[in-house]
Ligand binder design. Structure first.
Ligand SMILES: [Fe+2]
Length: 434
């Protein structure tokens, strides 16, 4: 084809590559974090190698006119076409201006990598622009959420595009390169199943988590809103602490389950409106160990060590006066320190029947006062920075409104499970009580 200056595209070429591109658009590969990518990229990049620069953009522009809103579809098609066109120009440039490193010609390797980069940059910039214009979300946020790690997939796939193109030029079976391409596609298609399974597993994990939370909620109504807000705070804190989206997501999931052990606490104690006896309070405190025991059959299958650490140690204190083991400082697993701080802030702003809810400002001040006492000072500093950025979780009322107000706000009486705890204004007392 093009490489051999034989520009004629026969009907079989058009049907084969048109078919592959059409197929790739419908078979989207789901990726973790709710992302997905079509393999359109792979096939148009292969076409860029095989054909003159004007062919691949046309292939990318034409297919998939679905019943969606026409101008959205026009945008999608145009941006795929435009990205392909820029990538084609980059590839062509390197073929016309060959690069050498000693005896090696680098034009193909460098050309395909930079063409992939061009495709990716044009494509994601246009999508980012549209999301930014329509939702006002900051650029960086959109890119980080949607594309940051997708770029890795693009770079891993770009040599594959070159391979497919070369395969098409190298008939192994029946004197037609299409068979070779199809053979190459088998492992690629298999990888799609691998991703699908991975995403399905994560969904199964989330469903299990929901089932467990429903079970606890059946017993203690306030628990869902509490655990959702704790988890949102913990996720933001973890993101700032680790600068790692995937880790933050793991901590979010663990935080959703942090009080799961309360399932095993008798309702008479868990929902007791009056003062708790010491024995009853000890029973409440056992929810940390009970939670870890409850989930132990799922250890290493559905839940990893991080989840256990959060469940078991979220009531430990920096000064070693927490429970269940009285760990102090760095001995407390980081994830448990993060969730412990989030838990305390949520509990303070939620209030209890025996104690008024604190305003966000009062609660922040208390978190700061207990820095180095109950909380890791480094986390308190990060928490303060986040709090000043006014996240949705800062104000409980705003959070409730944003979540659809499905849970009764803090002004309504809440069943207390730990009413015998000292008020947090007392020196050295716990600020986190749930
Ligand atoms: Fe707890």
């Amino acid at each position: 084809m093009y490489r051999n200056q034989n520009i004629r595209l026969n009907l079989l070429d058009v049907l084969f590559w048109g078919g592959l591109i059409f197929w790739s658009i419908y078979v989207r590969v789901r990726l973790p974090l709710n992302a997905s990518m079509s393999q359109l990229f792979l096939f148009v990049l292969a076409l860029i190698v095989l054909t003159p620069p004007w062919v691949a953009p046309l292939f990318a522009f034409f297919p998939r006119w679905s019943k969606k809103i026409w101008y959205k579809e026009l945008f999608n098609r145009s941006q795929d076409g435009l990205s392909t066109a820029v990538a084609a120009l980059v590839w062509t440039f390197f073929q016309k201006n060959p690069l050498y490193l000693g005896p090696w010609i680098l034009s193909a390797g460098v050309g395909i990598t930079l063409a992939a980069l061009a495709f990716f940059l044009v494509n994601t910039s246009l999508v980012t622009l549209v999301i930014h214009l329509s939702s006002g979300t900051p650029w960086k946020e959109i890119w980080r959420k949607n594309f940051k790690w997708l770029s890795i997939s693009y770079f891993l796939l770009s040599p594959m595009a070159l391979l497919l193109a070369r395969a098409y030029e190298t008939p192994l079976i029946g004197n037609w390169g299409g068979w070779t391409v199809l053979l190459f596609l088998v492992p690629l298609y298999y990888s799609r199943y691998y991703w699908d399974e991975k995403v399905r597993l994560e969904q199964a994990f989330d469903t299990t988590l929901e089932v467990l939370m429903n079970a606890l909620e059946a017993k203690e109504k306030q628990t869902r809103m509490h655990s959702e807000r704790v988890a949102d705070i913990a996720r933001d804190l973890a993101k700032a602490f680790y600068n790692d989206e995937a880790k933050a997501q793991e901590i979010y999931r663990a935080a959703r389950l942090h009080d799961i052990g309360k399932i095993a606490i008798p309702e008479a104690v868990l929902l007791k409106p009056g003062k708790l006896t010491e024995a009853e309070f000890d029973l409440i405190k056992s929810h940390t160990k009970l939670g870890a025991e409850l989930l132990s059959p799922a250890r290493k299958v559905a839940f990893d060590q991080l989840v256990y650490n959060v469940i078991l140690y979220h009531h430990e204190r920096w000064d070693g006066r927490g429970y269940p083991e009285g760990l102090a400082g760095q001995d407390i697993p980081e994830e448990a320190r993060i969730v412990g701080l989030a838990d305390a802030y949520e509990a303070m702003t939620a209030g209890r029947p025996y104690r008024e809810a604190k305003s966000p400002e009062e609660a922040l001040k208390e978190v700061q006062d207990f820095s180095g006492v109950q909380f890791d000072p480094k986390l308190v500093r990060l928490f303060t920075v986040l709090w000043n950025q006014n996240p949705i979780w800062r104000d409980r009322e705003a959070y409730l409104a944003a979540k659809g107000g499905s849970v009764s706000p803090s002004t309504l009486p809440q069943p207390s499970s730990e009413s015998s705890l000292p008020s947090s204004s007392e020196p050295g007392s716990r600020t986190s009580e749930s």
